[in-house]
Design a protein around this ligand. Structure first.
Ligand code: BYC
Length: 328
């Protein structure tokens, strides 16, 4: 009901022509750091950008459950299993908050999920890589959640209120996820030679895909300039990638394993690490649907969606019954 109401409000709003004065007044609100709320007037392009970004973010959380879910039955102890189960459930929760935030912009959940399942909507490139060993669960928590936090903490200050508020809780949980991943890596690195080799192998395979999570270089990023002006993004893709490298290289040193980049070095003059060229062709292939696991990820999501049809039908039947009772 709530969504339908917003759908209608959104439709009426979109019928109003956007004048230069309206756009200037909107930008003034953004510049004054006011939060934009669901029922406020907003330019159609701002609304579309948010729907694109928030829904891709939600899809990433939901698809991101798969590579980790793959290890739930094989976690090395009951404690590890319980922790991993809680983490995977957290990701489902993040997806749900984010779908709800996207719905406030006047789009339906069915439409968003339909776009994911048809392959129209993107989700993060990182989840198209396989988790081959238990150490990959450590590397995903450490690197993938680490990159996620770097990208998402600034989103808590995003100009769109519902997205910014959803991100506060997401970031708290991601922070726990990152630490559990680092702790798995630390345990492996302090274990046998074989365990340390597993940790090294996981870092070697996940390093470059993690850097790709931040998106194309700024010079190639088609949305960054406008999203920065609207304060949806607070830092550019390259700025966040640099922060991630600076923090993570030191953590790898502490673990005693090597970042797989022969060009990586600390630059005294800038105080930052310089690093090698990302394989952008690989990135483009993955986001075009041709990564190692794209097909399997979408097939599994489609099967889960089909298996859940009876739950949606039951919820709908219950809602209709309640509505009929309320009307009687
Ligand atoms: N993968 O102009 P750009 C998580 C696309 S969930 C795929 O720079 P923008 C987690 C981009 O969409 C992690 N596609 O775009 C979950 C655009 O294509 P379209 C997800 C990518 O939006 C479970 C085109 O490339 N996090 O952490 O300004 C377990 C040009 O890019 C990627 C979020 O979604 C990519 N890596 O900036 C553990 C955070 N990068 O849409 C962890 C929210 C770029 O025009 N999103 N593209 O067809 C953002 O912050 C921004 O959307 C991005 C991209 C920085 C990702």
């Amino acid at each position: 009901m709530y969504t339908q109401g917003l759908d209608q409000a959104g439709k009426e709003q979109r019928e109003v022509a956007e004048t230069a004065d309206m756009l200037a007044a909107f930008q003034a609100r953004i510049d004054a750091e006011e939060k934009i709320e669901a029922k406020d007037w907003m330019p159609e392009a701002y609304r579309r950008t948010l729907i694109r970004q928030i829904s891709q973010h939600a899809h990433s959380e939901i698809i991101g459950m798969q590579p980790e879910g793959n290890w739930l039955t094989r976690a090395p102890s009951l404690k590890r299993k319980a922790i991993l189960l809680a983490k995977v459930q957290d990701e489902a929760g993040h997806g749900l908050y984010l779908y709800s935030a996207a719905e406030t912009l006047g789009v339906s959940r069915d439409q968003l999920v339909g776009d994911l399942l048809s392959g129209k909507a993107k989700y993060s490139s990182i989840f198209n890589y396989p988790t081959l060993s238990w150490a990959d669960i450590g590397a995903v928590g450490w690197l993938v959640d680490g990159a996620a936090i770097m990208n998402q903490i600034p989103l808590c200050r995003c100009s769109y209120g519902p997205y910014a508020r959803a991100m506060v809780r997401v970031c708290k949980e991601e922070s726990f996820h990152q630490r559990q991943g680092f702790e798995i890596m630390l345990t492996l690195c302090r274990g046998t030679d074989e365990q340390k080799a597993m940790a090294q192998d996981a870092l070697s395979r996940w390093w470059w895909p993690s850097l790709m999570m931040f998106g194309p270089n700024d010079s190639e990023s088609k949305h960054s300039a406008q999203s920065m002006a609207w304060k949806i993004k607070r830092f550019t893709n390259d700025e966040l990638r640099q922060k991630f490298v600076d923090v993570t290289v030191q953590q790898a040193e502490y673990l005693g394993i090597s970042v797989p980049d022969k060009d990586l070095r600390f630059d005294e003059s800038s105080g930052h690490h310089t690093f090698g060229e990302i394989d952008w062709q690989e990135f483009m292939d993955v986001i075009a649907g041709n990564g190692p696991c794209n097909k399997q990820r979408l097939e599994k999501r489609q099967a889960a969606h089909d298996d859940g049809a009876w739950v949606r039908e039951a919820a709908q039947a219950y809602a209709s019954k309640q509505a009929a009772l309320a009307a009687a």
